[in-house]
Design a protein around this ligand. Structure first.
Ligand code: NAI
Length: 648
């Protein structure tokens, strides 16, 4: 048989190497045609058993990114339960066959290995991971509102022990090669130069598969299974309600009741994949996944890559923006008024690199890329210059006049301002068309969205370069028009203001936050205001609300500002903060209509902003609201939510 997606060769040791190279795509995904070829390959190996088989990727993008999400999306849209069942059971049965073969099998994992890709690797007898920055493994299905249906629910706990297996499956988080080795997910984690020898060594030695220790075995296969499942449910309940996010509960049930066998539950049982796929949450989360790709696609085809970024202002934002860019492999110069202002940013960067990179050499390389620059000479050679100094028009204008004189032709000049119209800052430039907004959110390392702000004067080519740069540093760019609050703050402001009015009426912070959590927000509005900073909230409220906001300024907020109780950063706002946590009392009864009261101003503002062209389409705007301010992801964003209200 001729394979379209698989390339076979036999090496000098008689080992068959199956190179996965899905036709017509930059990444390998396990769509139906690929599953068909795998099935044919297993038939062939059945007839002529090979000495040993290595599965590896011929793509530079990684091993396998997962199942083909479009196939699941199509099934979700048409509610085709029969097609869903076929696809799910097909992959499950295929991997069962692979796991049962007599000849040794090994997955060589280099780069991304997710979902159906990791399930394939786990069905092999051995796994060797290549220890390099791009290698990551995980089962992210829960993030899409579904479950790892191709054997993951059974095999991950079996390899890692149930508690560690649940930790990965229920969060969707990924691990690198070293962590995977430590957990027992892979047999070896080795640098690229010895991967070939390692594979040959493993297949020569044929070590006995790793066994779980006594206690882990008890928790995974023995008496403690029920206890582990109930503990896992308790943990999940702290962050996800079953009515909003049924998938993590389904994963636990499928494991506990049926040991991950997708044939066992009936299609209507809540732990079946069919039930999850027909739930609105999976439909919305799969759509959000596609929207994320759509945000990224805005950067496709733009021929721009920054080698050097210069950041002016080493405060909360500038310091963290600089650290993030250096983490992503870019040389960064960081300028501030004096060295004492830069030192805390370098310290924060070192802490972040230690946590994220762990490897000494990689930490040192990242630190080397981040260079303090008091004189600001870095501006002369930078491809992107980002200003993140105090929110003051005159100071920003002065800094930009100096930066323009130094910058090389074609360099992107960007401001991180949250409230000053770009057109005003641009008047300081000889060529105002060079100025664009690159608006990051706080905390920089955690917030995925970055707004690309075009003022009336911004050159489209500069905005495109800014978009490519944001994609380069693995953030999600959202194009916005320069208008008060841009997109995210514009819709957030009326929501937070309404919460402040409710406080003035005597509703407690706890009750307001509880109402929002019940709706599905990751954090309530009062806690969010405390986190953002009450001074910042007041400023944004005024920028978006204008004169009207000033006239009706919330009284309790005003009192907090006067006493300098600004929220988390001063350890006191509407809540008292101890060790970074708000000290909350019990919520009162949530009055009927409270959440509608909070959400409606946000939805109205979203509609107005879209009509004004602040964002170009409602899909991107939905994604922006989810990735920029955490709008309840399972609803699919403010516009999708409004559509769902009219079709109910
Ligand atoms: P910050 O007060 O923490 O830091 C500002 C830094 O700029 C200070 O280190 C200061 O020494 C430095 N600076 C002032 N004048 C300078 C000059 N002439 N040359 C070099 N450095 C100078 O401020 P933060 O919060 O980092 O805000 C910076 C910008 O980012 C502002 O435009 C703000 O609106 C925007 N922003 C802030 C967010 C936040 O949550 N804090 C979120 C998004 C945007």
């Amino acid at each position: 048989m001729n394979y379209e997606n698989l390339k076979l060769r036999t090496d000098e040791n008689g080992i068959t190497w199956v190179g996965i190279d899905v036709a017509g795509s930059n990444v390998n995904t396990m769509g139906t045609p690929v599953l068909d070829e795998f099935a044919a390959l297993l038939d062939r190996f059945n007839k002529e058993p090979p000495t040993a088989v290595v599965f590896h990727s011929l793509k530079s993008s990684g091993f396998i990114a997962g199942a083909n999400i479009q196939e699941f999306e199509a099934i979700g849209k048409t509610n085709d339960v029969v097609a869903a069942e076929k696809l799910i059971k097909r992959g499950y049965d295929l991997y069962e066959r692979l796991a049962a073969v007599k000849y040794p099998t090994l997955a060589l994992i280099k780069g991304f290995c997710m979902g159906g890709g990791l399930e394939l690797a786990m069905a092999c007898r051995y796994r060797v991971a290549v220890d390099e920055p791009g290698t990551r493994m995980g089962l992210p299905e829960v993030i899409l509102g579904i479950l790892p249906a191709w054997g993951g629910v059974k095999r991950l706990p079996q390899l890692l022990g149930a508690p560690a297996g649940f930790d990965l499956m229920l969060s969707g988080k990924t691990v690198d090669a070293k962590k995977a080795k430590k957990l027992g997910l892979v047999d070896e984690a080795v640098p690229p130069r010895i991967m070939g020898n390692t594979v040959a060594g493993v297949l020569k030695a044929l070590p006995a598969p790793r066994q779980l220790g006594f206690v882990q075995n008890l928790m995974t296969n023995g008496l403690l299974r029920g206890y582990v499942a109930s503990q896992a449910k308790k943990q999940v309940a702290k962050r996800a309600r079953p009515e909003h996010y049924p998938a993590p509960y389904a994963i636990i049930d499928l494991w506990q009741k049926y040991n991950g066998d997708v044939h066992k539950p009936s299609a209507t049982e809540s732990c079946s994949m069919q039930a999850l796929l027909s739930h609105s949450t999976a439909k919305n989360l799969i759509r959000v996944f596609s929207l994320r790709e759509k945000l990224k696609a805005q950067a496709k085809g733009i021929d721009f890559k920054a080698k050097h970024v210069h950041v002016v202002g080493a405060g909360v934002m500038g310091g963290d923006i600089a650290a993030w860019c250096a983490l992503r492999g870019i040389t960064v110069t960081l300028q501030d008024l004096d060295a004492s202002k830069i030192a805390p940013a370098i310290k924060r960067a070192a802490d972040m690199y230690k946590k994220r990179l762990r490897d000494e050499r990689r930490i040192r390389d990242a630190m080397d890329r981040l260079q303090p620059d008091i004189t600001g000479d870095g501006a002369k050679t930078a491809d992107v210059i980002i200003e993140a100094i105090v929110e003051n028009l005159a100071v920003k204008q002065k800094v930009f006049a100096e930066l323009e004189a130094k910058a090389k032709p074609g360099a992107v000049l960007a401001t991180n301002t949250s409230s000053i119209p770009l057109e005003h800052i641009a008047t300081a430039l000889k060529d105002p068309s060079r100025l664009v907004g690159i608006h990051f959110f706080n905390p920089v390392a955690q917030m995925m969205l970055v707004e690309i702000i075009s003022g009336a004067q911004t050159d489209a080519d500069i905005a495109r370069k800014a978009t490519a740069f944001v994609d380069q540093i693995d953030k999600l760019p959202l194009a916005c028009k320069s208008a008060p609050g841009f997109w995210v703050n514009r819709i957030l402001a009326p929501y937070l203001t309404e919460a402040m009015r409710c406080l003035d009426e005597g509703i407690t912070p706890e009750t307001l936050d509880e109402a929002a959590l019940r709706f599905g927000m990751p954090m309530g509005p009062v806690e969010l205001a405390d986190v953002v900073g009450l001074d910042v909230c007041a400023a944004v409220g005024q920028v978006v609300g204008g004169e009207e906001a000033l006239k009706n300024f919330p009284k309790k907020l005003s009192a907090k500002l006067e006493s300098n109780d600004l929220g988390k950063k001063t350890e006191k706002g509407f809540y008292v903060w101890v060790s970074g946590k708000p000290q909350k009392g019990t919520a009162g009864v949530v009055p009927a209509g409270l959440i509608e009261r909070l959400i409606t101003p946000m939805l109205n503002e979203a509609n107005k902003a879209l009509a004004e062209g602040v964002v170009t389409d409602s899909d991107l705007a939905d994604a922006g609201a989810i990735f920029g301010c955490g709008f309840a992801p399972f609803t699919g964003g403010p516009f999708n939510y409004q559509r769902s209200l009219t079709t109910r």
